[in-house]
Design a binder for this molecule. Structure first.
Ligand SMILES: [Zn+2]
Length: 142
């Protein structure tokens, strides 16, 4: 009489799996949209910054303060963009190197680009499948 229970359990498992995947996709696309919005906002700020400097030059005005404000705003947008990109990487099971910004697989302990430690290795690592990052070719000695 365990048939019904099996069906229920299987259904639950399936729902869980779908829910997780769907959640991931939705979040990543949302994050991608905000990243795109931030990028276009940054472009706009650059454009207005350029126009500001141009106008100031043409009209012989001092735009230093305005330029400073613009730079602060752009820096702020870049910070937001970094945060969003970091989240996207995390969702794609990627780790962003804090040193050079390169994406590495989450299983990696060190950055493949600059060699920086990505995070402190945890003492317990229950990894089901061990995937070697690189398989060194053994020299054939005959
Ligand atoms: Zn790096």
């Amino acid at each position: 009489m365990g048939l019904l229970e099996d069906v229920v359990v299987n259904a639950k498992t399936a729902v869980n799996a779908v829910g997780k995947t769907a959640g991931k996709i939705v979040d990543i696309s949302k994050l991608r949209i905000s990243a795109a919005e931030l990028n276009s906002e940054i472009s706009k700020r650059y454009e207005s910054l350029g126009r500001m400097v141009y106008d100031a030059q043409k009209t012989d005005n001092d735009a230093t303060d305005l330029v400073k404000e613009c730079v602060v705003a752009i820096d702020d947008l870049y910070e937001q963009l970094d945060a969003v990109n970091e989240q996207i990487s995390a969702m794609r099971n990627r780790t962003v190197c804090k040193g050079c910004g390169a994406e590495n697989p989450q299983s990696a302990n060190y950055c493949s680009k600059c060699g920086r430690r990505l995070y402190d290795p945890e003492p317990e690592e229950p990894s089901a499948a061990e995937e070697p990052a690189e398989a060194p070719e053994e020299p054939k000695d005959e």
